[in-house]
Design a protein around this ligand. Structure first.
Ligand SMILES: Cc1cc2nc3c(=O)[nH]c(=O)nc-3n(C[C@H](O)[C@H](O)[C@H](O)COP(=O)(O)O)c2cc1C
Length: 323
């Protein structure tokens, strides 16, 4: 079975973002492959509550991967049992999260410090999981491909069925170049599908990472934040100007769904960063963006949107050739 067909653009898991309303917004613009937010196995097994909502999958979501982060085999097995009660396209292990509170505990990117132990976790997941097991990993060295290749080969031998390689080191977090030559070496040395990730913000970046890594499966993250239209751009090769009307329509659909999904205070708290992402780089005055922090209710949001509907600054529209 092919987990990701060739030439697929996959939306990355984004902690604090890729819930059902977020994925719906992306899917409206051509995203067909997406992931849940990263789910901590300890919270899933012991805390329950809201963490279980992270497993929600809407009926219209044809392909959805679930991502977990953890490092205790017993806990991971219990988490997989819970996940097995739902339906997912793949079960992904996060071996790339650089956040100190995750990595310092030996989870996420911290798990890469002990390759044999990481392989044991994959083995345990493969044994338990009803779904194909995949992993998302960072490169281990920018000059020498062997540490990354050896690590991933070990996971493949443990039963891993696909790997996403983020072409940056743990210490680089999300900045600096994406080392596509290291991803290419992985691609050339494993049998399973390899997904390349890192730095795709537009069509040119997309073509570049494909050409340089030799991968046709690409994962994007920040390029889609506030810009679900990037999925259209990567398919057609054309970057369209998003009119104020279209922008407002998408923002309203997205935030209304968040408001239906969570109770109002939580919904608006989650929405503020998303609203700012939508406004970013679209010529709206700083004063308007500052007002986002004051949005506490759905009515506040509706009032705020009346100002967004007035459109970007005149200067921005001139620069875009719109007036
Ligand atoms: C806000 C934010 C949240 C993220 N959450 C996750 C996560 O939950 N799981 C994961 O594997 N990667 C996570 N990442 C990393 C991205 O999936 C991706 O690997 C990284 O941003 C590089 O891709 P890009 O250059 O296209 O943004 C996150 C990144 C950002 C910016």
């Amino acid at each position: 079975m092919t987990i990701y067909p060739e030439n697929t653009v996959i939306m990355a898991p984004l902690s604090g973002y890729t819930d059902v309303p977020y994925r719906h917004s992306l899917r409206r613009h051509g995203c067909n492959y997406a992931f849940t937010e990263m789910i901590d196995t300890g919270s899933l097994v012991y805390a329950k509550g809201r963490t279980r909502n992270f497993l929600d999958r809407a009926e219209d979501e044809e392909w959805l991967g679930v991502q977990i982060v953890g490092n205790r085999i017993d806990e991971i097995k219990k988490a997989v049992e819970i996940i097995n009660t739902r339906d997912f396209s793949v079960l992904d292990l996060n071996i790339g999260c650089p956040t100190p509170k995750v990595a310092k505990k030996g989870k996420g990117a911290g798990l890469a410090r002990d390759i044999d132990y990481a392989a044991k976790i994959i083995e345990a997941m493969v044994k338990k999981s009803h779904f194909p097991v995949t992993a998302k990993i960072r490169i281990q060295d920018i000059n020498d491909p062997s540490p990354t290749v050896d690590f991933i080969k070990k996971l493949e031998n443990a039963g891993l069925q696909a790997v996403t390689v983020h072409g940056r080191l743990m210490k680089s977090i999300y900045s600096g170049p994406c080392y596509t030559d290291i991803i290419k070496a992985v691609k050339e040395n494993v049998r399973m599908p390899v997904v390349a990730n890192g730095g795709v913000m537009n069509y040119q970046d997309y073509k570049d990472i494909m050409n340089r890594s030799g991968c046709s499966r690409i994962m994007i993250a920040r390029g889609a934040m506030g810009n679900p239209w990037i999925f259209e751009e990567l398919t057609t090769g054309i970057k369209r100007y998003i009119s104020t009307e279209e922008l407002c329509d998408e923002m309203q659909k997205h935030i209304s769904e968040i408001a239906e999904y969570y109770e109002e205070i939580t919904a608006m708290k989650l929405s503020r960063k998303i609203i700012l992402d939508y406004l970013q780089g679209r010529g709206f005055p700083r004063k308007l963006k500052c007002e986002v922090s004051q949005i506490r209710t759905l009515d506040d949001f509706k009032r705020f949107m009346l100002k967004v509907k007035e459109g970007p600054s005149r200067r921005f529209l001139e620069e875009m050739g719109k007036i």
